[in-house]
Structures are given as structure tokens and as C-alpha cells.
Ligand binder design. Structure first.
Ligand SMILES: C[S@@+](CC[C@H](N)C(=O)[O-])C[C@H]1O[C@@H](n2cnc3c(N)ncnc32)[C@H](O)[C@@H]1O
Length: 284
């Protein structure tokens, strides 16, 4: 491996958010932990301790759990908030039969997502554009459903983003959110590990369960399902660290903090306070 971030594997959760969003992302297809990780920028989901699926398949499995909550949207229009490089959008478009619009605050994401879509038969059912979740370029009640996979953790004002997402949803429509969750406050060494990881992953703070529930309520969204699947995704953090193990960033590498932080990801993932929210809300 080299010190050029564009030559590094795309790890399954959030490496691209370490960069300012307009800078080039890491490559979208590489081998991580012996498996091809092609564009999913989120954690993997393993059904049980005995589930030995690859990291790549586990990240798709998380996407499939989201798709299941949006089923019945055939012929309808869904919004992907923080679409990354488009793999979840294409997978969910395929699974649901819906039209999908994806947004991200990374031009590079949008370019890669469009290229990815053009290589499929779904190009006429998906579109991607640069937009901030707090200022969506869509009419009120445009969508029949929405999802946000690991984008809320990057947004400082989550109530503002959720209010804006709710505005674009038709009443009764579902919003699925999956994200790293801070189950309870951390202190001492644990707080330092969380602080360092947040900085590396460009997260102002990790959402807690009460914060998410309050923000959803204020946004006019009713929680219908809230599960902490932290123990089913935890394997991701070690896989992440393994993927970046050999990277020795140069002193002036702008991604140095991110690469260095990957070494302590297993510590982060092992913290009992770190969970993972899988929630479904409905626009009132
Ligand atoms: C960890 S990546 C997840 C990407 C994608 N959901 C996936 O699972 O592959 C976080 C995404 O959220 C996007 N994001 C961060 N802040 C955002 C904001 N304010 N508005 C829209 N997208 C945002 C980033 O650009 C990136 O695409």
C-alpha cells in the first residue's frame, strides 16, 4: 500500500468523510479483509456470531435491511440522504422497484455515483446531485420514503436535517436511519477514544438515543422502530483496522489523522457505550 489515499481500500464505514467533502474520495473498488468492498461506506451486519459472510456481503446486508423497511415503494420515489458513491441507492432501487434520488455534500461522491449508475440498467431510475440535507432542493411532499445510512453522525444540526427531510416526505412515508450511536455518556479514556474517532471521521458528535428521538419528534416524525444493532455490526471496526494496518502515512499526508485513527478503531468498537441505531420513523 502507498501513502496515496486514492490508492487505499475503501473501508466499509466512512473513510471518505475524513476528507473535506469536496476532496477526492478513496478508491471505490478494492479488497478489504479478503473481500471486495465496492462502494459501500457503512458498517457490515452479521446475523449472529456464527455468520461468516464476508465484510462486503455484510455491508450489503445492512443495505438490505434498509430496503426491507422501504418495500412496497414500487413505482414510487425515494430519497437517499448522504448517498456516498451510490451503491446503496442502486441496490435499494433494484430491490424496491422505486425511483431513487441521492444527495451528498461531496462532488466526488456524486460523480462516482453517476458513473456507477450509468454502468447499470437502472440509470433511468436513479439520479444523484450535490445537496445539503439541511437545505434539500426538492418540493414539499416529493418523496414516498427516505433513508440515511451513516450520514446523521456527520451533520451538526440533526433536528434541522430531519425537519428538512420530513418536509420532503409525503405524510405517512417512512424514513429509515442507520448510524453509529452513543448509548450512554463516556468519560476518561473512553471519551478520548470517542473524541479522536469522531475527529477522524468528521463527526461533530455521535448521536445518542434520546437526542435522536427528540430530534425526530421535533421534525414531525414518529418513531415506529428503534433497535440498537451495535453487537451485530461490531466486527466492522476490527476489519477496518486490518484493512489499513500496513498504511504508514507521511508527516504531511492530509489523511494522516484518519489513517492513524484506524489503529484504535477496535478500541472504539469494543466500547460498551458504542452502539448502532437502526430506526424507522414515519412522517406524521
Ligand atoms: C459514511 S458516508 C455514507 C454513504 C452512504 N450512505 C453509504 O452507506 O455508502 C456519509 C455520507 O453522508 C454525506 N453527508 C455528510 N454530511 C451531509 C450533509 N450535511 N448533507 C448531505 N450529505 C451529507 C457524505 O457526503 C457521505 O456521502
Amino acid at each position: 500500500m502507498t501513502n496515496d489515499p486514492s490508492a487505499q481500500p475503501t473501508a466499509p464505514s466512512s473513510p471518505d468523510v475524513e476528507r473535506p467533502y469536496d476532496e477526492p474520495t478513496v478508491t471505490e473498488t478494492e479488497t478489504v479483509d479478503g473481500a471486495t468492498v465496492d462502494g459501500n461506506i457503512h458498517v457490515g451486519y452479521w446475523e449472529s456470531d456464527a455468520d461468516d459472510r464476508s465484510l462486503d456481503r455484510a455491508t450489503d446486508r445492512l443495505t438490505d435491511l434498509v430496503a426491507e423497511r422501504l418495500a412496497g415503494a414500487s413505482g414510487r420515489h425515494l430519497l437517499d440522504v448522504g448517498c456516498g458513491t451510490g451503491r446503496p441507492a442502486l441496490r435499494i432501487a433494484r430491490a424496491t422497484g422505486a425511483r431513487v434520488s441521492g444527495i451528498s455534500v461531496s462532488d466526488q461522491d456524486i460523480e462516482l455515483a453517476r458513473t456507477r449508475a450509468d454502468a447499470t440498467a437502472l440509470a433511468d431510475r436513479v439520479d444523484f446531485r450535490y445537496a445539503d440535507a439541511c437545505a434539500l432542493p426538492f418540493e414539499a411532499a416529493s418523496f414516498d420514503g427516505a433513508w440515511a445510512i451513516e450520514s446523521m453522525m456527520h451533520i451538526p444540526d440533526r433536528t434541522a436535517a430531519l425537519t428538512e427531510i420530513a418536509r420532503t416526505l409525503r405524510p405517512g412515508s417512512p424514513l429509515v436511519i442507520t448510524d453509529v450511536l452513543l448509548r450512554s455518556p463516556v468519560t476518561g479514556d473512553a471519551a478520548e477514544i470517542v473524541r479522536r474517532t469522531c475527529r477522524a471521521f468528521q463527526s461533530p458528535s455521535l448521536p445518542g438515543p434520546d437526542e435522536l428521538r427528540t430530534a425526530l419528534g421535533r421534525a414531525g416524525l414518529e418513531v415506529v422502530e428503534f433497535t440498537d444493532i451495535g453487537d451485530r455490526v461490531r466486527r466492522t471496526y476490527q476489519a477496518f483496522a486490518d484493512a489499513f494496518e500496513d498504511v504508514a502515512p507521511a508527516e504531511d499526508d492530509p489523511h494522516r489523522e484518519f489513517f492513524n485513527s484506524t489503529r484504535s478503531l477496535p478500541l472504539f468498537g469494543a466500547l460498551p457505550q458504542i452502539g448502532y441505531a437502526f430506526l424507522v420513523a414515519r412522517r406524521l
